[in-house]
Design a protein around this ligand. Structure first.
Ligand code: C2E
Ligand code: MG
Ligand code: MG
Ligand code: MG
Length: 277
């Protein structure tokens, strides 16, 4: 009996695995087709200066306009894209598209802030990442200082010769560097000190229960203090309530992003907002 049960489980597992593979295969094909048929769209979420609530920048966030399933969240396809490597060509499309958008905005004066772009570790680790970024900026006549690259805490914390020199090269080329979802990746604080980082983005999971949760308040305060002491900028992510915003402001965090202020939006809507100029 036990043996049969074991066999059944193996069979079930094999079936699930096959279905998973078939599904992944379909998803991979669909993603490739989406790229070819221009089915990805970019939304922009404004970032605000708390002192005057002006827009100082915007984060680029990708969505997939799926033929039958509607507008899909990146959570539905980024994990697979990371796993399969598709994130690299997709990432280049996102970078090119958002640089084109910024060039247009700068030309017309419609938006003067910084553009924050999420960069996958697979992509930043490409040999020619820095030179390709420089070439794209040059082609679009965009100053690298207008571009903020959001890197993951795990890439920063690799602290290998390669990752350090990559960050240094990007910094030297003039790009801004921020650590996304800061606090979730167990950063070694001593590494942080040596790296050419400009900004920490406090992960939404820590902001969510402030000011109610004492523990989360303590974590957020610690990150803000750390940023101050290392002369880094700090931005609070996922601000949804006035209480959270007040708490962040009181603790000395000047930059915020979140539904309280604005959701990610199509480019036409972004330019209608009050800007810092
Ligand atoms: P992230 O980079 O940490 O982006 C912030 C996410 O939080 C976005 O979700 C944004 O819509 C959401 N958010 C912002 N404010 C609030 C808020 O007040 N409340 C709540 N509940 N959520 C808020 P989104 O657009 O679904 O993106 C999810 C993640 O997918 C991103 O997290 C990022 O890791 C990844 N991603 C999105 N676009 C790209 C991209 O272009 N390239 C890469 N490599 N990854 C991307
Ligand atoms: Mg981000
Ligand atoms: Mg984030
Ligand atoms: Mg996040």
């Amino acid at each position: 009996e036990a043996k049969n049960l074991g066999k059944n489980q193996v069979a079930l597992y094999a079936k699930a695995l096959t279905e998973h593979i078939i599904n992944m295969d379909t998803l991979d094909k669909e993603l490739q087709e989406a790229l070819e048929s221009d089915a990805f769209v970019l939304h922009y979420q404004p970032q605000f200066d708390l002192s005057d609530l002006s827009v100082v920048g915007a984060e680029v966030l990708v969505r997939w306009q799926h033929p039958t399933r509607g507008l899909l969240s990146p959570y539905a396809f980024i994990p697979r894209a990371e796993e399969s490597g598709f994130i690299v060509p997709l990432g280049w499309w996102i970078i090119e598209e958002s640089l084109k958008q910024l060039a247009l905005w700068q030309e017309t004066g419609a938006f003067k802030g910084t553009l924050a772009i999420n960069i996958s570790t697979l992509q930043i680790e490409e040999e020619s990442f820095v030179s390709a970024m420089q070439a794209l900026c040059k082609h679009e006549k965009i100053a690298p200082s207008c571009i903020e690259l959001e890197v993951t805490e795990s890439f920063v914390m690799k602290n290998t010769q390669e990752s350090i020199s990559k960050l240094l090269a990007l910094k030297k080329a003039g790009f801004k560097l921020s650590v996304d979802d800061f606090g979730t990746g167990y950063s070694s604080l001593s590494y942080l000190k040596q790296l050419p980082i400009d900004k920490l983005k406090i992960d939404r999971s820590f902001v969510k229960d402030t000011p109610r949760s004492e523990e989360d308040c303590a974590i957020v305060k610690a990150i803000i203090a750390l940023a101050k002491n290392l002369h880094l900028e700090v931005l609070g992510e996922g601000v949804e309530t006035p209480e959270q915003s007040l708490f962040l402001k009181k603790e000395g965090c000047h930059l915020v992003q979140g539904y309280l202020y604005a959701k990610p939006m199509p480019p036409e809507q972004l330019v209608a907002l009050k800007q810092n100029n």
